[in-house]
Design a binder for this molecule. Structure first.
Ligand code: ADP
Length: 206
C-alpha cells in the first residue's frame, strides 16, 4: 500500500494546529508546511543564502537567523518582492514535503496529513485530497489569534484580509470542521472527519 496524503487547511487562528495536534495524538502523521518553511531557511541553508542574495543581509537578525517580521513587512505591500520570495521558498518547501512523505512511506505509513495554511492560495488543493478545512467566524479568528500571538485584533484582521476568505475555502473543502464552538465539540468532529477520510481513501485506493 502506498502512502496517501490528504490536506488540512483553514485561516489564521481558525484552529488548524489544534486539529493537527489531536490527530497526531491519535497516531496520524501530520507534516506541517509552516515548519518546513522555517527549516528551508535555517541558518547555513541554501534557502537562506538565496533569500539574502535577493533581499540583502538586512533581513537577518543579529544572530544570523531570518528576521521573518522584517521580511514580512518588505513583501507585504510589494507584490514583485513577494513573488520573488515565493519563487525561492515554495519549491524548497515542496521538495522538503516530498522527502518527509518519502520517509513516512518507507516507515510503512499508509495515510498522512499535510497541514498547509495557504493550500488554496498556492494552488495545491488538487494535489492532496480530500481537503479538510477548519472553520471559525472572523470574530473568533481575530480574538483567538490575537490572544495567542499577543498582538492586536487589527493586526490579525490584516492577515485575514490577505488570505482567501475562509467561507470560500470551506465551500471548496471536502470536509469542514466547525471550530467556532467549544473545544470538545471540535475534537469530536475532528475524529469523525478522520474516520470519514480513511473510509474515502480506502474506497479510492483499495
Ligand atoms: P491555527 O493553527 O489555525 O492558526 P490554532 O489551532 O493555533 O489556530 O488556534 C488558535 C488559538 O485558539 C490557539 O491559542 C488555540 O489554543 C485556541 N483555540 C483553538 N480552538 C479553540 C476552541 N474551540 N476553543 C477555544 N480556544 C481555541
Amino acid at each position: 500500500m502506498a502512502l496517501h496524503v490528504f490536506a488540512l487547511t483553514g485561516g489564521i487562528g481558525s484552529g488548524k494546529s489544534t486539529v493537527a495536534r489531536h490527530w497526531r495524538s491519535l497516531g496520524l502523521p501530520v507534516v506541517d508546511a509552516d515548519v518546513l518553511a522555517r527549516e528551508v531557511v535555517a541558518p547555513g541553508s541554501p534557502g537562506l543564502d538565496a533569500v539574502i542574495a535577493r533581499f540583502g543581509p538586512e533581513v537577518l537578525t543579529p544572530d544570523g537567523e531570518l528576521d521573518r517580521r522584517r521580511l514580512g513587512r518588505i513583501v507585504f505591500d510589494d507584490p514583485a518582492a513577494r513573488a520573488d520570495l515565493e519563487g525561492i521558498l515554495h519549491p524548497l518547501v515542496r521538495r522538503a514535503a516530498g522527502s518527509a512523505f518519502a520517509q513516512l512511506a518507507d516507515r510503512g505509513e499508509t495515510l498522512a496529513c499535510y497541514e498547509v495554511p495557504l493550500l488554496f492560495e498556492t494552488g495545491q488543493q488538487d494535489t492532496y485530497r480530500p481537503v479538510v478545512v477548519v472553520w471559525a467566524s472572523p470574530e473568533t479568528q481575530r480574538e483567538r489569534a490575537a490572544t495567542r500571538d499577543g498582538v492586536t485584533p487589527e493586526a490579525i484582521q490584516a492577515r485575514i484580509d490577505s488570505q482567501l476568505p475562509l467561507d470560500e475555502k470551506a465551500a471548496r473543502a471536502d470536509f469542514v470542521i466547525d471550530n467556532d464552538g467549544p473545544l470538545p465539540r471540535t475534537l469530536a468532529q475532528a475524529e469523525a472527519v478522520l474516520t470519514a477520510v480513511r473510509e474515502r481513501v480506502d474506497a479510492a485506493d483499495g
